[in-house]
Design a protein around this ligand. Structure first.
Ligand SMILES: Nc1ncnc2c1ncn2[C@@H]1O[C@H](COP(=O)(O)OP(=O)(O)OP(=O)(O)O)[C@@H](O)[C@H]1O
Length: 161
């Protein structure tokens, strides 16, 4: 595994802003996997992704519906927001039949670590550390993500000068 890119978010607005910058860089077929304890900011981050992608909201935790589709407000890809918390395992994730979405939409899966391997070899894995230091650790799986991570890390250093 490559070294993760680490970004910090001091408050919920910053978490959303980071998501928005990522959402702006995402394209159809991308898969983003979010992990982190209860209240770590996964849904907040996904709300930012939705803003960057310009999809219809509101984005709320899809825990009880498992998956929710947010259509584009323009002609970009839709956002498929999945909460795998209540899924029993990879077989149940397969049952959701996300193959078409994986090609045509941007898919964000909360609690998907250990499950998403079965969906795509190319994915961005993001661990939100939660309430202690509120940082996000981004690890690229597959070469699609090099430019995205470089842009996010570059923006970050640009902002701090
Ligand atoms: N960087 C941050 N600093 C402080 N508070 C934050 C930060 N990011 C998000 N929050 C706040 O933490 C709370 C929980 O966030 P959120 O619902 O996004 O977490 P979650 O990981 O989706 O939780 P769950 O797994 O329980 O659905 C919200 O009130 C949100 O505004």
């Amino acid at each position: 595994m490559p070294e993760p890119v680490v970004l910090t978010a001091a408050d919920a607005e910053e978490t959303q802003a980071l998501g928005e910058r990522l959402g702006d860089l995402l394209r159809a077929g991308d898969l983003v996997v979010l992990t982190g304890g209860l209240g770590a900011g996964k849904t907040t981050f996904t709300q930012g992704i939705g803003r960057g992608l310009k999809v219809r909201g509101p984005i709320t935790s899809p825990t009880f519906v498992v998956a929710r589709v947010h259509p584009s407000l323009g002609d970009g890809p839709e956002l498929v927001h999945v909460d795998a918390y209540r899924l029993g395992g990879a077989a149940e994730l397969d049952d959701l039949d996300l193959d078409a979405e994986l090609d045509e939409a941007v898919t964000v899966i909360e609690w998907g670590a250990g499950l998403a391997e079965s969906l795509s070899e190319q994915r961005l894995e993001i661990v939100l550390t939660g309430t202690d230091d509120r940082s996000l650790h981004l690890t690229a799986v597959g070469d699609r993500w090099d430019e995205v991570l470089a842009a996010l890390a570059g923006d970050r250093s640009g902002r701090s000068t």
